[in-house]
Design a protein. Structure first.
Length: 537
């Protein structure tokens, strides 16, 4: 594939490109050193490549031995010969084998589906931590990461090889390179800031890595765009796997938008954000033709960009392999018409685990609108304000209070039952003492059981937190009144919660999406389109 093999440079043989990439190049066609990773056969992968099949985008990457470059299956360049193709299940695996990212199809812009591969909770949690920077910076190590996950270092490496075909270090390094490449292409950030934002310890290291990988300095990869000189905000495109039901997502967020913190306006979602004590704002829009969400970030510390992007991905459920999920749920005749009505319906996550948990408790036994009002009062009493230069909308001037702030408050100051006030305090204290409180913990039953150890958190609340904050996509609050109404609306015969739970067995491991479809069927302010279908393109 003449996919920009380095200007006039002759095709190169892929070789170890950096200190972390030491594995020999996989030469035998289709044969992966990490062969226990599940991939479609080489023939199927090749056919996907020939037809530039977007269904495989993000799921497979092809390394081309004649050029040393790896591509997405949708690369516009000429299809390479079959015998020159090596297929990988992750960008990291391709990079690990010595291939460098293509400058035309830009592997960094493929939908990020890695966390969906396999069912390993440990890998998903590890990827979330890596995305937040767990393997960046001084003193970080795979050993420490494994410790946080409660597994041995060797076991973690083995799981990574099995599910991603690459080691944790390679995954982290590939992420850094790809994120830096995205910032170079899509923003006008100065190179020193790009290096910092992507988690390179120093500009020198950043330059070395790019010289090794691309045979040119990072600045040479930037296409100059005079129109976009010096922007106030960082603007990025985050790709998803189509279809994506943006209207439902927006309606869901709009119905719950906390006054002062979030709003939906003109088909866009705005919110204030706090990460590691720093405060700023984001704006998210739908770029329907690019199958992406456009994210605008106004934030004082570029080093926290990866964490912000990871949270946006989680909030908007960008990593979902939605086609597979929709197909699975459609096998049930009860859900099939719902999925047909709303293809690409996502399960919204949350910006922050603690915030979702607080809102879940405030929402116990009251309407969505009433819960939203209470959350607004909580913000008015306890929040910090956003500095003027970091506001994106005059009405959004507060951040949602952190666990620390609520834990230390002498009074919560809401007119709600005492027991619920105590629960809010208990959640704040639990979140402070356990930084993994809102991360998956074994299977869904174990996650829910752990959350229920907090006084005042029952089954429904725990399942809801598991769904939106922990992101266990098998979470299912079967006693939810809206879910039962949703079933009744299509079935006429309203089931009991126990019957519904029974029926939901076949929806595993994606019961959260079934719940979303049932809520949408119930129509209780969750999914009424509020904007014209096509938005900012
Ligand atoms: Zn390419």
């Amino acid at each position: 594939m003449p996919a920009f093999a380095g200007g006039t440079r002759p095709p190169v043989t892929p070789k170890a490109a950096s200190d972390h990439v030491r594995k020999p190049l996989v030469l035998a066609h289709g044969e992966c050193e990490n062969s226990d990773m599940e991939l479609p056969s080489a023939e199927i992968c090749f056919r996907a490549l020939q037809s530039r099949d977007s269904r495989f985008d993000g799921l497979i990457f092809v390394g081309v031995t004649s050029t040393g470059i790896y591509c997405r299956p949708i690369c516009p360049a000429r299809t390479p010969k079959f015998q020159h193709c090596n297929f990988f299940g992750s960008a990291a695996a391709a990079q690990d084998a010595g291939f460098r990212p293509c400058l035309r199809c830009r592997p960094e812009t493929a939908p990020d589906l890695a966390s969906w591969r396999g069912t390993s909770n440990t890998v998903s949690r590890a990827l979330a931590l890596i995305a937040e920077g767990a393997l960046a910076g001084e003193g970080s190590s795979v050993e420490k990461l494994a410790e946080r996950l409660g597994v041995g270092e060797r076991q973690l490496r083995r799981l990574f090889l099995k599910h991603l075909g690459a080691s944790p270090i390679s995954v982290a390094q590939t992420r850094r390179v790809l994120f830096a490449k995205q910032l170079i292409h899509e923003t006008q950030m100065p190179m020193t800031e790009v290096a910092m934002a992507a988690g390179f310890g120093s500009l020198r290291r950043f330059n070395e890595t790019f010289l090794n990988l691309f045979h040119r300095p990072p600045s040479a990869l930037r296409r100059t765009n005079s129109k976009k000189l010096k922007e106030k905000d960082v603007q990025l495109r985050l790709r998803y796997r189509p279809p994506y039901d943006w209207d439902c997502m927006l309606a869901f967020l709009q119905a719950r938008a906390v006054p002062g913190v979030e709003m939906v306006n003109g088909g866009r979602y705005f919110r204030t954000v706090e990460v590691d004590g720093a405060i700023g704002s984001i704006e998210v829009s739908h770029l329907i033709h690019q199958q992406s969400l456009g994210v605008k970030i106004r934030f004082p510390d570029v080093r926290l960009l990866p964490a912000i992007v990871a949270r946006v991905r989680c909030l908007f459920d960008l990593g979902a392999d939605i086609e597979t999920i929709d197909r699975h749920l459609s096998a049930d005749p009860m859900l099939a018409p719902l999925v047909a009505r709303r293809p690409g319906l996502r399960a919204p996550g949350g910006w922050d685990g603690f915030e979702i948990a607080v809102r879940a408790v405030l929402g116990q036994q009251i309407s969505v609108a009433a819960a939203r009002g209470l959350a607004g009062q909580l913000v008015a009493v306890h929040s910090r304000s956003v500095p003027k230069s970091f506001r994106m909308h005059p009405d959004l001037s507060q951040v949602f209070p952190t666990a620390k702030r609520l834990a230390s408050a002498s009074s919560i100051g809401l007119r709600i039952p005492m027991a619920r006030l105590r629960t809010l305090k208990a959640i704040a204290e639990a979140a402070i003492s356990d930084s993994n409180l809102f991360r998956p913990f074994g299977n869904i039953e174990q996650t829910v059981a752990r959350l229920q150890t907090i006084p005042g958190i029952g089954e429904w609340t725990a399942q809801y937190i598991a769904l939106r904050a922990v992101r266990d996509m098998d979470a299912f609050p079967s006693t939810d009144i809206g879910l039962l109404r949703g079933v009744a609306s299509i079935n006429a015969d309203p089931p009991s919660a126990a019957k519904l739970l029974n029926r939901a067995e076949s929806w595993r491991p994606w019961r959260a999406y079934a719940a979303q479809h049932l809520w949408a069927a119930d129509g209780s302010a969750i999914c009424k389109p509020t904007t014209p279908a096509a938005l900012v393109g």
